[in-house]
Ligand binder design. Structure first.
Ligand code: AMP
Length: 399
């Protein structure tokens, strides 16, 4: 049983309040414990993954949640900005000891139009895009950007939901009837009425992401660029580091550092990018989106980096120095989607690390992940083949 005096008297932050209680919250709590911090969670599903690590408060119990924590962070990026602003104000007036990441980061991340506009303002390249609020504007977007194009809700979309690829002008009517309601807020496509975003369709070579942490004194540490493979918008696999991308690392680092500094960010952030070609045929990066939180494409860092993304996020939020983000060993992280594998079969693969999220099996749901880090890197592909052979759900893992 932990008592109040089990903490050093100088430690004023003891409990971290996390907005959200999914697997990201669970892994944050796993990283917080050895550093001497407990977590509590604001989450409406009482049996969420994080419930194994700390008390879960429902949104009806917001005041009790706030009373229980000294400092706040989030693991769910669609957390209402108002809640984050309120917790930040409580901290600014000295009633609490911090709310990070800051509300302005959330506001940008929750709106694709604001997000891509900010990227461009900061000199970070993106695909061409325009705002679309009517069928007529969709028509002109097709003329301006050309076809194919991707129409997306600017708010509320996740894992590829709320998107329509138009390949032909004849698709305008069906795209509009599928997504047009988001503009007026009818139906449940988007939480708040907002224009759609039309993006030029990019024939990218691959998708990569970079994760970084920024501390309260403004120092930044970045992880390696990693390569991500999605299946219908859901991450299936991450290779860390992304092979043959060292020439792009500085560009990615500079983009994420510029963003974090601009947003006065504290904590871990992820930036997803497409690897494409510039007009001279050279590899270049186009920014797609940020996630103002720890990210699925950084799960490899639990075993693969000197300090995991989860530990660095906790360090940043409580005001501790950041840890080394160097890669200790190349790895491949595979998401367990929908159905659990036989754990003994997974662990029979040398260098396999198994993480269950203690969730019920449901089609395509992220219920765990496995990081492969065989001692001899030469065995990485073979380890992956063995893993794919025993996974019940292999979507997105074919060669
Ligand atoms: P997003 O929700 O923006 O991350 O999009 C989900 C997935 O759709 C991405 O991981 C890409 O594979 C694909 N995608 C998104 N935007 C574009 C685009 N402008 N051109 C081509 N593919 C895209």
């Amino acid at each position: 049983m932990t008592t109040a005096n089990a903490y050093p008297t100088s430690q004023t932050i003891r409990t971290i309040g996390i907005l959200g209680g999914g697997q990201l919250g669970m892994m944050l709590a796993q990283a917080a414990l050895p550093l001497g911090y407990r977590c509590v969670f604001l989450e409406d599903s009482p049996n969420c993954p994080a419930s194994l690590y700390g008390k879960v408060y429902s949104s009806q119990q917001l005041e009790d949640f706030v009373a229980a924590a000294d400092v706040f962070t989030l693991e769910f990026e669609n957390t209402p900005v108002k809640t984050v602003e309120w917790l930040k104000a409580l901290s600014d007036q000295g009633d609490k000891q911090g709310m990070n990441p800051p509300p302005q980061a959330l506001e940008v991340a929750q709106d694709r139009l604001k997000e891509k506009s900010l990227f461009n303002e900061l000199g970070i390249k993106t695909v061409p895009f325009v705002s679309v609020s009517s069928k007529a504007e969709l028509q002109s977007a097709c003329e301006q950007l050309g076809l194919p194009l991707v129409l997306k809700t600017s708010r509320g979309g996740y894992d590829g939901k709320g998107q329509f690829v138009l390949r032909d002008k004849a698709d305008i009517a069906s795209a509009w009837s599928e997504l047009g309601d988001a503009v007026t807020g009818k139906g449940n496509l988007a939480p708040i009425p907002a224009p759609l975003i039309a993006e030029g369709f990019i024939h990218f070579n691959r998708e990569v992401s970079i994760i970084a942490a920024r501390s309260q004194d403004g120092s930044i540490r970045t992880y390696d660029l990693v390569e991500n493979h999605h299946h219908q918008g859901i991450l299936a696999k991450t290779q860390a580091p992304a092979v043959g991308t060292s020439h792009l690392l500085t560009m990615a680092q500079s983009a994420i550092e510029t963003l974090m500094t601009h947003l006065d960010y504290v904590g871990v952030i992820a930036l997803e990018l497409f690897v494409s070609k510039d007009s001279e045929g050279r590899d270049t990066l186009l920014a797609n989106e940020i996630a103002p939180r720890v990210h699925n494409s950084g799960h490899w860092s639990i075993e693969g980096a000197v300090t995991s993304q989860f530990e660095n996020h906790i360090r940043a939020v409580v005001g501790l120095p950041l840890g080394d983000t160097d890669n200790v060993h190349p790895s491949i992280m595979v998401n367990v989607l929908g159905q659990y594998p036989n754990v003994a079969e997974v662990l029979a693969i040398d260098g396999a690390h198994y993480h269950t999220y203690h969730k019920e099996e449901r089609e395509e749901r992220k219920i765990g992940h496995i990081t492969l880090m065989p001692n001899d890197v030469a065995n990485l592909d073979e380890a992956l083949e063995r893993l794919v052979a025993i996974l019940p759900n292999k979507v997105g893992l074919d060669k």
